[in-house]
Design a protein around this ligand. Structure first.
Ligand SMILES: NC(=O)c1ccc[n+]([C@@H]2O[C@H](COP(=O)([O-])OP(=O)(O)OC[C@H]3O[C@@H](n4cnc5c(N)ncnc54)[C@H](OP(=O)(O)O)[C@@H]3O)[C@@H](O)[C@H]2O)c1
Length: 192
């Protein structure tokens, strides 16, 4: 069944971007280190398999406006996911079509964004991008799976994935581990 899933490259100390994220540095200072496994030449076959699976299983994306704003310039004509994308934002704007990707700007909350993304994704998964957005989905009980690509680096600061989650206990079931020398791909199901 189609799931709501987040794939995040995360440092061992829990950061998904380095400090001082901005247009010049979409992943913050030192944050590009987190995606080295994706762009390495040659790429480890296990990492390549995980990347290919990620592309194949995603039918739509819900992302935060910060990920969109800092990523847009860097992505150029395409995006990491050539599928319909729904940008959660407080500022309404016209739909944007870029190559194989469309960006619809959603101002009426996570449930609305998810409903639109599910309709667009068909029988594929809906992926989340952005820490803030992922935290909202987790808090609302709307996240089904996490794929944490755990990178052996301590960034020391930046954007944390697991914060602002309140005091609720969130239980996860580990469903898969794929290891390469550069990164450990951990997959979890959120138990509800
Ligand atoms: N390591 C990885 O694999 C990975 C993956 C993806 C992204 N990233 C990085 O993560 C960072 C961005 O994450 P982030 O947590 O800072 O921000 P984010 O989740 O991308 O975006 C947060 C913004 O989205 C808008 N928003 C979120 N929820 C909303 C709602 N319910 N209603 C209306 N607007 C809403 C707000 O922007 P407005 O008020 O401006 O509209 C909010 O400030 C970037 O550095 C990006 O490069 C890393």
């Amino acid at each position: 069944m189609e799931q709501v899933i987040v794939h995040m490259s995360m440092s061992l100390d829990g950061f998904v971007a380095g400090p001082n994220v901005g247009l010049e540095r979409p992943m913050g200072e030192g944050g590009e280190r987190l995606h080295e496994w994706l762009f390495a030449e040659p790429r480890d076959p296990r990492d390549a398999e995980v990347a290919a699976e990620m592309l194949a299983e995603i039918g739509a994306v819900v992302l935060g406006n910060r990920t969109f704003t800092v990523g847009e310039a860097q992505w150029g004509g395409a995006t990491p996911f050539p599928v319909p994308c729904f940008v959660l934002t407080h500022v309404a704007r016209e739909e944007l079509v870029k190559g194989p990707t469309s960006f619809t700007f959603v101002t009426d909350g996570v449930e609305s964004a998810l409903g639109q993304a599910r309709a667009a994704a068909g029988d594929k998964h809906v992926a989340l991008m952005g820490a803030d957005v992922t935290q909202q989905f987790l808090r609302a009980g709307l996240l089904d799976e996490l794929q944490i690509n755990l990178v052996p680096v301590l960034l020391g600061g930046g954007t944390r994935l697991f914060e602002h989650l309140g005091a609720d206990h969130v239980e996860l079931e580990q469903t898969r581990v794929i290891e390469s020398p550069r990164v450990t791909h951990l997959r979890f199901r959120v138990l509800k």
